[in-house]
Design a protein around this ligand. Structure first.
Ligand code: UD1
Length: 417
């Protein structure tokens, strides 16, 4: 199994170009199922989760051509409506094909994704909302078997809790429902806005009517489209934090700074110097880091997907910090490994009490999930000597060319078998 070796205590310096967003690409790929025309997508990141979604689409009958700068999805002859456990089990976003398959065919059988390391992650909100569009479903042997014999019908739906995936599934499904759908208490992550832009460009009729409310007028067909996916804001935040923890000087490029305003403001408060340009943010890490209280929250709050990475920075603060995880119930798996590197983090329910003024020491480590893996790299980058990170297949799910990008800015990092 592949591992990463990191030789730390080097200040990172230079430029990093951010790839396309994994979390925007996944629902957009699922939404291509609505179309019977060719769709050209640019800026899909070259990461494992995207390959898994492409395999899932192929298993449903999509024809896919991957070229250097674009991926062409041809669903003219796509007929299958069965998403197997083998493909959905490795990536929860597989459940996003349920909405478009129901919209297109009126029935579908999709594997339940199951839990994962960071929590139980049910899909009850997706299913309850789909039933309001006229879907009847049962769960049988680990599969959702769903039918809408009279087709999907628009309705007023209020999500009981803000969910990124449920909002996406319902936007896609309602785009082809008869009549008008109003979705309220929606997630407003930039990736959802990207999905809406993509669908509207395909001819769907979707409008944000207030901060968390969307109005969708159903259509029955869509047009040929070419679309470029937004930048990955979690990748951008991760490299900003790499600049901060190594007290380096990094220019993070190909981004829209305003989308990551919350993260930039927090980094400034903690003590980093930041220069914002049109499509670039430059960070100068600082030795003096202030402790902070941070809570994860739906966008525009601080993202749960950067919680592990910012914890590494807060370990170096002069005072103690508290990080409250309000999205997932079990997202502190990285803490045990960070503590093995010399951190002093205590877990109390959904709070992590992070003792400051820590110097990380190198160690052999085990990655547990995607963002936990990258937090271990950040800690290893600050520690003298060699750290070895095992189970990096988690990392490959979501970070394109991470070793290459880090090496380019001076990190000593390599993949070994
Ligand atoms: C998406 C992101 C993930 C990010 C998360 C929160 C993708 C592919 N993944 O995941 O990287 O960490 O948003 O920003 O975009 N919940 C339920 N029932 C449901 C659905 C969700 O109880 O039917 C709960 C979840 O367990 C979690 C919370 O709601 O506690 C938020 O989850 P959700 O926003 O749905 O996350 P995902 O879409 O799975």
């Amino acid at each position: 199994m592949q591992k990463l070796e990191v030789f730390g205590a080097k200040k990172l310096k230079g430029q990093i170009k951010i790839s396309g967003s994994k979390n925007a690409s996944l629902p957009i790929l699922a939404a291509t199922l609505l179309s019977r025309k060719k769709i050209h997508l640019k800026n899909l990141p070259k990461v494992k989760d995207i390959q898994t979604m492409l395999s899932l689409l192929k298993s449903l009958g999509s024809k896919i051509k991957v070229k250097k700068n674009e991926t062409i999805i041809d669903n003219t002859k796509q007929r299958k409506k069965f998403a197997s456990y083998n493909l959905v089990k490795t990536m929860r976003a597989g459940i996003l094909v349920l909405g478009p398959l129901l919209a297109k065919f009126g029935s579908a059988k999709v594997s339940l994704p199951g839990g994962c390391a960071i929590g139980t992650r049910p899909i009850d909100i997706h299913l309850k909302a789909l039933s309001k569009l006229g879907v009847k479903y049962k769960i049988d042997q680990g599969y959702v078997i769903a039918n809408a014999t009279k087709g999907l019908r628009g309705n007023n739906i209020r999500f009981s809790k803000i969910s990124v995936g449920a909002t996406e599934n319902l936007i896609i499904a309602s785009s082809f429902a008869k009549g008008t759908t109003i979705l309220s208490n929606c997630a407003t992550e930039p990736e959802i806005k990207d999905l809406v832009n993509f669908l509207n460009q395909m001819g769907c009729k979707i409008k944000w009517t207030s901060k968390r409310t969307i109005k969708i007028i159903g259509v029955s067909q869509v047009i040929k489209t070419s679309y470029s996916i937004m930048f990955d804001r979690i990748e951008a935040g991760t490299y900003l934090l790499a600049g901060a923890v190594t007290e380096g000087n990094l220019k993070i490029q190909n981004i829209i700074p305003n989308i990551i305003k919350t993260e930039i403001d927090i980094l400034k408060k903690i003590g980093s110097k930041i220069i914002i340009k049109k499509n670039e943010v430059q960070i100068f890490g600082n030795k003096k880091i202030k402790g902070m209280k941070i809570k994860t929250a739906p966008y525009p709050g601080f993202p749960t997907d950067l919680q592990a990475q910012i914890m590494v920075l807060l370990c170096k603060a002069k005072k103690n910090s508290v990080i409250q995880e309000d999205i997932f119930e079990n997202r502190f798996m990285h803490v045990a490994e960070l503590n093995r590197m010399g951190a002093k983090i205590l877990i109390n329910g959904n709070k992590a009490i992070v003792k400051g003024d820590i110097k990380f020491v190198s160690a052999e480590l085990m990655a547990t999930d995607l963002r936990a893996s990258v937090s271990l790299i950040l800690a290893a980058l600050t520690a003298k000597g060699k750290s070895v990170i095992n189970r990096i297949y988690h990392l490959d799910r979501g970070y394109e060319d991470i070793e290459k990008k880090l090496r380019k800015v001076g990190a000593k990092i390599r993949r070994v078998n």
